[in-house]
Design a protein around this ligand. Structure first.
Ligand code: IVH
Length: 662
């Protein structure tokens, strides 16, 4: 059976590589899924053949845990930036003077994502660490393992141990889709794929990371035994081992070649599936790199050239204000239409009151709009020379444009909020859209247009009204057919089966997203206990901070919300955790802080994390005096071992641990 499992793994790895690295799929998605399921089943049946590098480990897990901080063996430095051909020439001259011999440069694209350092040992991905402060970063291995274009296992003739650095990216198409979804949920949009990629990589839930379809390119190899003294050759070798290396990588013999590369990619990059913001020049020979060395912050042997963001000048006609589900008010500039990076721009984000103030804006101003990495263009400056016949100074509004209630700005927040939570139309409609959304009560047939229609006809004022809708109410409306009316009714009935944790999420309590809703549901088990929970009891729950606790207390203190809840209870929604979930959550590890370290053979690390959580324990990243014990696998890190001995923290083997939670 072992060989059958291994054969299946190899087969899946090859398909993964063909699809994600070569972009040349060899089987259909369905066939792939079927093979993967087959492997999953076999691995479940034969846990003794478990392998943390199996393709099945890419699906992620929904367990939360802090990230462990890891010191980089080689610091992760940044690059000096240049913005003109002249500055590139200066760099070239500096290198020439420094070396006093011939040299080659390698030109690469500067990918605009978030950097990562991945360590391979004996061909296996063992660790992936973020840049952090350059000295230390977060261990995000579990998340990185979900990225299909990063091999878990290499092939060919690789050194025993090496590090490879690269950029994790969110392709434009995935980014657009993610933002569309977030818009529908009235969640804050990501400004650019870079923020989306780094935000995703820091998620505590690797199953969500897996669903975000990140990509990666590698651009620098480090280690004692790298194959060549030439950077370019090392990248080609890495490519042969299965790592994704950009084809847009050129060895340049002189500055002319460099400028040609820049000119070509400044245009052509717009056709790439991922964001780039410049090019990187590196001296090709590693011994020459060593000779040149580093300044305090960056290497002397490399530099980046940043592409110019496209700019345009246009007139500011007015500022409008949009109110979201949470009551946050966003200012938007309305502009004379202008062409920018191939699209017509009519509006630009003004973000918040501070930004408006800093720009010193007047209606009628000629403003510079820029579309950097951001999707929504922004106003970067005012052309003060062109100021005549000015209108009024732009001042942030004091009252809600939708309902007239006064706005507040909470301490430490940049946004203004409308406080009329239960009577401001966009807030009510937004709450309903959130309530019926796919991740909430999943009520088919009630999209934003239908909600708007029902709202305008006074049929909906509160989320509980949804369950009071009668077929006759619905069919009376001109734009709603009988079929849609029945669809809505069936959707409402079905939603009564939606589990308690999703009901908690659907309520739309401020700061209570999907993960926090789950935490609350599992900690308090039913709505009555949650209603009564005090601030202190709330913050005692893992990951619930003061801001969330306060918001929960406030929500249940509001009589309108209690009335809504009582109606929802009466309609028969799930207001307590299901029996199975209660059972699945033991208490044998209640109050214990547990560190997981080393490699395991009976279960994966993520499975152990789940077990800890499900038994009431807390999985923590680093060993301290508060650590209850270490779940220790093979090859536990020497530093951790030393610390454990010093602090007298117990080590438990896999089997001891399994016995303990039995
Ligand atoms: S080389 C010492 N090459 O740009 C070598 N970096 O400001 C440093 N980046 O943090 C990195 N594409 O995240 C290098 N082809 C490329 C790159 C690249 C993107 C990012 C990387 C780094 C930042 C440097």
């Amino acid at each position: 059976m072992k060989s059958e499992i291994e054969q299946l793994r190899r087969e899946l790895e090859q398909h993964n590589y063909n699809y994600y690295v070569l972009s040349a799929p060899s089987i259909s998605d369905l066939e792939f899924d079927m093979l993967l399921k087959q492997l999953q089943k076999l691995e479940e049946q034969y846990p003794e053949f478990a392998d943390p590098h199996s393709p099945t480990q890419r699906v992620g897990s929904d367990i939360t845990s802090g990230f462990e901080q890891v010191t980089h063996q080689y610091p992760m430095l940044s690059l000096g930036n240049t913005y003109s051909e002249g500055e590139v020439q200066d760099f070239y001259d500096r290198v020439r003077r420094g070396l006093n011999e011939d040299f080659e440069l390698v030109c690469e694209l500067k990918y605009d994502g978030t950097s990562i350092s991945v360590t391979y040992e004996n061909g296996l991905l063992v660790r992936a660490v973020t840049r952090g402060d350059g000295e230390k970063g977060d261990d995000v291995t579990a998340n990185v393992k979900t990225i299909r274009s990063i091999p878990l296992r290499l092939s060919g003739n690789y050194p025993e141990k090496f590090e490879i650095r690269g950029e994790i990216l969110m392709p434009w198409s995935v980014f657009d889709e993610l933002n569309r979804e977030r818009e529908a949920q009235e969640e804050q949009l990501f400004a650019n794929p870079r923020n989306a990629a780094s935000g995703t990589l820091k998620l505590q839930n690797s199953a969500v990371v897996a669903s975000r379809k990140l990509d990666a390119y590698f651009y620098y190899m480090l280690g004692e035994n790298v194959p060549s003294d030439l950077h370019f050759q090392n990248l080609q070798a890495a490519k042969a081992w299965g790592l994704k290396i950009s084809d847009a990588t050129r060895v340049c013999k002189n500055l002319n070649d460099v400028f040609e590369f820049i000119k070509y990619w400044d245009i052509e990059r717009k056709n790439l599936p991922v964001a780039t913001d410049g090019i990187v020049l590196k001296v090709n020979s590693l011994s020459q790199q060593k000779n040149l060395g580093f300044t305090a912050k960056s290497p002397r042997w490399a530099i980046s050239y940043k592409f110019q963001a496209e700019k345009a000048v246009t007139r500011l006609n007015s500022v409008s204000y949009q109110v979201g589900r949470t009551g946050a008010v966003t200012p938007v500039a309305n502009l004379d239409p202008v062409q920018l990076s191939g699209t017509t721009v009519r509006r630009a984000s003004l973000h918040n009151a501070d930004i408006i103030e800093a720009l010193d804006l007047y209606i009628g101003d000629m403003v510079f709009v820029e579309k950097g990495g951001e999707i929504i263009p922004k106003i970067t400056a005012v052309d003060k020379e062109a100021r005549f016949l000015l209108g009024d100074k732009v001042q942030f509004i004091k009252n809600c444009p939708e309902c007239g209630a006064s706005l507040v700005r909470y301490e430490g927040e940049a946004a203004h909020y409308c406080t009329n939570e239960n009577a401001c139309p966009p807030q009510i409609k937004g709450k309903m859209e959130h309530f019926v959304s796919r991740k909430g009560m999943n009520i088919d047939g009630l999209g934003s247009e239908t909600i708007n229609l029902l709202y305008q006809n006074d049929l909906l004022r509160n989320i509980a009204d949804i369950y009071d809708l009668k077929i006759t109410d619905l069919t009376r409306l001109e734009r709603l057919g009988t079929k849609s009316a029945y669809n809505i009714q069936t959707g409402c009935e079905k939603s009564k089966e939606i589990p308690f944790e999703r009901v908690v999420f659907a309520l739309g309590i401020r700061f209570v997203g999907e993960t926090i809703a789950k935490k609350l549901a599992f900690a308090f088990k039913n709505i009555e206990a949650l209603e009564k929970a005090t601030f202190e009891e709330l913050i005692a729950v893992d990951e619930i901070g003061e801001r969330i606790a306060q918001s929960v207390v406030q929500y249940f203190a509001e009589p309108v919300n209690m009335e809504t809840l009582n109606r929802l209870k009466a309609f028969g929604l799930q207001m307590s955790l299901s029996e199975d979930k209660m059972k699945a959550h033991g208490t044998s590890l209640a109050g214990l802080s547990i560190v997981i370290s080393g490699t395991f053979s009976l279960h994966s690390r993520d499975e152990y994390k789940t077990m800890i959580e499900q038994n009431g324990g807390k999985n923590v990243g680093s060993v301290s005096a508060k650590t209850s014990f270490i779940l220790a696998g093979e090859n536990m890190g020497p530093e951790k071992l030393k610390k454990a001995e010093k602090l007298n923290v117990k080590l438990l083997s896999e089997s001891d641990f399994l016995e303990m939670i039995k």
